[in-house]
Design a protein around this ligand. Structure first.
Ligand code: ZN
Length: 409
C-alpha cells in the first residue's frame, strides 16, 4: 500500500498515472484504495489526467450494488518521451510510449574524452535517429530526459563534475542539447533514472533502492513511488560511502570510498597488474569493455577473474547494507552496463550479505534483483522523468495531446 500525506496536489498525478499504467484498467474506487487518497481527491486527479489527454474511460466493471464502475486506462500512444543515458563509456537512446514500452532503442559510444560540443552533437544525432525510427508525430514528443553521472544542478540542467575532462564542470548540458534538438531537456542522475526505469517496467513495488554501476558506482532510492531527492537531487551517493575509515583519501574529500575501492575502474586496474591475466582476458580497451571481459571470464570459470569480481562485490555489499539500513527498503535492484556480464555474481553476493547483515532482517527480508534490462533502465527512466517533471509542474498543460484526445485520435 502506498502512503501519502494530506497534500494531494500535483505530485500525486505521476503516482496515480503509474498505478493506472500498472493495472491496465482500474476504477476510481480501486485507485483510491491503492493510494490511500480520498474519493474526491482521486476524482480530481483522474479529471486532470483526462483533461491532459493521458487517460480515458475504457469500459465498465460490475459493482456489488448500484451503477457499474467506470474503468480508467492509459491512452498508450497519447505521447512519447525520449530517454538518453550517457557516461564516458556508453550511451543509450530510447523512445518510450505512455504505457512505458520501449518503441525504439539505439546504442552509441559514450563521451570518451572528446570535446563536449562533439558529444552533444552525437547525442542530438542519437535523438534524431531514435525519433526517425519511431516515426511518431512530432507534436506528441514531450521532450528528452538525459540521465548521466556526477554532481548536477538538476533545475538548471548543469553538470558539475570534472570527469572525464575539466570542460564538464559547470557545462549547461541540458540547454545545449535542447538547442541542438529543438526539444526541452531534463537532466537526471543516472542511478535515480534507473530507479524510475525499473518502476516503469513494473513489478518492483513502490519503495526500493538501486545500485547503479557503469563507469562508476551510484545509488538511488524510490520511496512511495517518488525518487528520494535530498536537498539538491545529489543524494544516495553510494560510490562515496566509506567502506574503510582508514582507507586512501578520495578525490571527493572522503576517505576509503567504495568507488575507488571496488568500482569497475579499480577492478580493471587490478587485472592489468597481472600481465598474464590481462593477456588471457584480452584487456586493453576502455574501462567498461575491459570490466565486462573480466566479468565474462569470471562467469565462464576463470578463477582469477572471479576473485576480482568477488572482492568488488563484497565491498559493494557492505555499502549496500548501509544504504538499506538507512532507508529500510525491502528490495534492491541492480542496473547499469557494468552488470551486463557480472549481474548474477554481484546479485548473489549482495543477497547473501544482506540476508546476514541488514539491521531489520528479523522484521522483513531484503530481496536483490537485476533490472529487467540492466543496460536500458536508466535511459527508460530518463524518458519517465520528462513526464514526471511535467506532472509535477504547477500547472501542467499538454495542448497537442489534449486536442488529440478531444478529437479521438
Ligand atoms: Zn569519494
Amino acid at each position: 500500500m502506498r502512503s501519502f500525506g494530506a497534500d494531494t496536489r500535483l505530485p500525486t498525478l505521476a503516482v496515480v498515472l503509474d498505478i493506472i499504467r500498472e493495472r491496465g484498467a482500474v476504477s476510481r474506487v480501486e485507485l483510491a484504495d491503492a493510494t490511500g487518497l480520498t474519493q474526491a481527491t482521486m476524482t480530481h486527479a483522474v479529471r486532470k489526467l483526462t483533461a491532459l489527454g493521458l487517460v480515458h474511460e475504457v469500459g465498465t466493471a460490475p459493482a456489488n450494488r448500484g451503477t457499474p464502475r467506470r474503468l480508467i486506462g492509459i491512452r498508450e500512444d497519447a505521447c512519447y518521451m525520449v530517454g538518453v543515458q550517457l557516461d564516458q563509456f556508453s550511451a543509450v537512446g530510447v523512445v518510450v510510449d505512455l504505457a512505458g514500452r520501449v518503441v525504439v532503442r539505439r546504442d552509441t559510444p559514450g563521451s570518451g574524452m572528446r570535446p563536449l560540443a562533439s558529444v552533444v552533437a552525437d547525442l542530438a544525432e542519437l535523438v534524431r535517429t531514435v525519433l526517425d525510427e519511431a516515426s511518431v508525430p512530432p507534436h506528441k514528443v514531450l521532450g528528452i530526459g538525459l540521465a548521466t553521472y556526477g554532481s548536477q544542478d538538476r533545475e538548471a540542467g548543469i553538470v558539475i563534475t570534472p570527469h572525464p575532462t575539466a570542460e564538464w564542470l559547470g557545462y549547461p548540458l541540458a540547454e545545449t542539447l535542447a538547442a541542438a534538438t529543438g526539444l526541452p531537456v531534463a537532466l537526471e542522475n543516472d542511478a535515480t533514472a534507473a530507479g524510475l526505469g525499473v518502476q516503469t517496467a513494473g513489478g518492483s513495488g513502490s519503495s526500493f533502492a538501486v545500485v547503479f554501476m557503469s563507469g562508476g558506482i551510484g545509488g538511488g532510492v524510490i520511496l512511495d513511488g517518488h525518487p528520494y531527492r535530498g536537498v539538491t537531487s545529489n543524494g544516495v551517493e553510494l560510490g562515496h560511502i566509506s567502506v574503510d575509515a582508514l582507507g586512501e583519501p578520495c578525490a571527493c574529500g572522503n576517505r576509503g570510498c567504495l568507488d575507488p575501492a571496488a568500482g569497475p575502474r579499480v577492478v580493471v586496474e587490478q587485472a592489468l597488474e597481472d600481465p598474464a591475466l590481462a593477456a588471457r582476458l584480452g584487456l586493453g580497451a576502455d574501462t567498461l569493455t575491459d570490466f565486462n571481459r573480466i566479468g565474462r571470464a569470471a562467469r565462464e570459470g576463470d578463477a582469477e577473474a572471479a576473485a576480482l569480481v568477488a572482492a568488488s562485490a563484497q565491498r559493494l555489499a557492505v555499502a549496500t547494507v548501509s544504504m538499506v539500513n538507512m532507508f529500510d527498503v525491502g528490495r534492491v535492484v541492480l542496473a547499469g552496463h557494468a552488470f551486463a556480464e557480472t549481474g548474477r555474481a554481484y546479485r548473489d553476493v549482495l543477497q547473501e550479505v544482506l540476508h546476514r547483515s541488514v539491521y531489520m532482517r528479523h522484521v522483513h527480508t531484503v530481496e536483490v534483483d537485476l533490472a529487467e534490462d540492466v543496460t536500458q533502465a536508466a535511459a527508460v527512466g530518463g524518458a519517465a522523468v520528462v513526464l514526471r517533471n511535467l506532472l509535477e509542474s504547477p500547472n501542467p498543460e499538454l495542448r497537442g495531446v489534449a486536442a488529440d484526445a478531444e478529437a479521438g485520435v
